[in-house]
Design a protein around this ligand. Structure first.
Ligand SMILES: Nc1ncnc2c1ncn2[C@@H]1O[C@H](COP(=O)(O)OP(=O)(O)OP(=O)(O)O)[C@@H](O)[C@H]1O
Ligand SMILES: [Mg+2]
Length: 192
């Protein structure tokens, strides 16, 4: 199944207050159009830039409020055997009542009870757990479970509180990506 059909299939099977609803989809020439619930306050990255970074004093209760909402959504995904794989502020949308909802299921996957982990790596580097960043030669695949999404949520929480990422990249993300693509042993990077 290709990515877009997988995204539609997953969206059609889920319904939760903390997940952006897919109302419909249709094909327009070479494009597939997804009709989603409209989230008036855009995404969490926009909200952090606009509000949290300018109001650090009230940030912690607000962060807790959003994180609890996202946890509810992630718990539902876990119970539905879905790994989102791209939990990051840009993919958390905020509605007019400031309810956070998980969106963008373009990288998401269903997992099966007999194989409850992923065999391919995908996601956004600053939010990716260490086991997913490691070389394929290391036997870490069975650790790529729904816990990956929880790790990404932890990074969001840190980012919301401190307004920066917890891990400073000593090499640029592009170089990092290239190294991963080429399946280099990442021990080289860890030593830098
Ligand atoms: N339902 C929505 N309501 C309001 N804004 C939205 C909604 N869905 C997405 N957006 C805005 O559009 C941005 C991109 O959306 P989304 O993450 O779904 O797509 P994408 O990352 O460009 O797609 P893909 O990962 O499939 O290439 C979000 O970060 C958000 O700002
Ligand atoms: Mg996105």
């Amino acid at each position: 199944m290709d990515f877009i059909n997988q995204e539609i299939d997953i969206n059609n099977k889920i319904k939760h207050k903390n997940i952006v609803k897919l109302y419909d989809h249709f094909q327009l020439e070479n494009h597939v159009i997804l009709v989603m619930e409209h989230m008036n306050n855009k995404d969490l990255k926009h909200f952090i830039r606009k509000f949290l970074s300018k109001n650090p004093d009230i940030s912690e209760p607000l962060v807790a409020f959003f994180i609890l909402e996202i946890i509810d959504g992630l718990k539902y995904l876990k119970d539905s055997s879905i790994i989102h794989r791209d939990i990051k502020p840009e993919n958390i949308m905020i509605d007019s009542n400031y309810i956070a909802k998980i969106g963008d299921f373009s990288l998401s996957k269903f997992i099966e009870p007999q194989k409850p982990y992923l065999t391919s790596r995908s996601g956004t580097i600053p939010y990716l757990c260490p086991e997913a960043l490691k070389s394929k030669s290391v036997n870490v695949k069975s650790t790529m479970t729904e816990r990956m999404d929880v790790f990404s949520l932890g990074i969001i929480m840190y980012y919301m509180i401190f307004n920066e990422h917890p891990f400073k990249f000593k090499v640029s993300i592009m170089v990092y990506l290239l190294l991963i693509r080429m399946e280099w042993n990442l021990k080289i990077i860890q030593k830098l």
